[in-house]
Design a binder for this molecule. Sequence first.
Ligand code: ATP
Length: 301
Amino acid sequence: MEAVGLSSISKSYGDFTAVSNLSLSIPKGIIFGLLGPNGAGKTTTIRMIVRITVPDEGAVTIFSQQLTPKMQERIGYLPEERGLYKKMKVREQLLFLAGLKSVSAQEADKKIKYWTERLEISNWLEKKTDELSKGMQQKIQFISTILHSPELLILDEPFSGLDPINANLLIEVIQELKKSGCTIILSTHVMEQVEKLCDEICIINRSQKVLDGNLKTIKREFGNNRIALAVEGDSSFLRNSPFVENWTEFLHHIELDLCEGVDSQQLLRQVIDSGVRVTRFELVEPSLNEIFIKKVGKSNE
Ligand code: ATP
């Protein structure tokens, strides 16, 4: 079943097109990465999903229906810009925000206890928000987003301000929420976190989709032209190989990009024919970072 469906949505501000003809189908129960460089149109897309803004063209559906005010209670949205009440105590604030999503005080109390302990911030419940560090406030705002147990959770840069230990803690919590059946849309610039978390991704650049699909499949498709190679003997002949485009030497191996249209077996044959002894010959997957740079670079050309 589909959690979010975008059907050819577009949004312009004056003459400027922020999102152009974007279609996506996000299945229920997955973690979906919405990626793109600064100004690509990610936040505008998210705002159209949660109906803070409406598309000029196209349609958005949530759980195969048009978004109604009642359905807003099934969604949790952590916006990029943070919005906690600075002078309010943390517990008071969480209770208030849970109340806005129709969570009873008794239920909210239980959830606040669970999530503040899970995110290791329960000692700060009686402090005023402006006494908390940026990372702590980030954790509190995250908790406020999930107190009503949303079925769809949209997180815009949820790791900003978190140190590596707290970022890992949040990764665990996001995985836990997925296990409980929640669908999560994640917008972030940190590709390592996307690699750890996301089942599917979409990269947008300059308002348009440039790549989408299953992350493992995308990596496999991009990974058919890079070879990790180690040999005993002189490998310098590879520098002039007609099959090789790029060459990077590491301490114990070499990484090569094959020229377009070249099959890895052609290179393997050349290496064996040269008389060196092959100790490693392996297709390697590129990192999502490389895929991102390649796709965004190409679409900018
Ligand atoms: P970032 O990674 O920097 O947060 P983003 O991909 O989320 O970027 P958006 O915030 O969606 O990008 O912005 C896309 C483009 O639309 C930007 O050029 C931005 O200036 C423009 N834009 C967004 N909101 C408005 C608005 N309310 N009025 C005018 N222009 C806007």
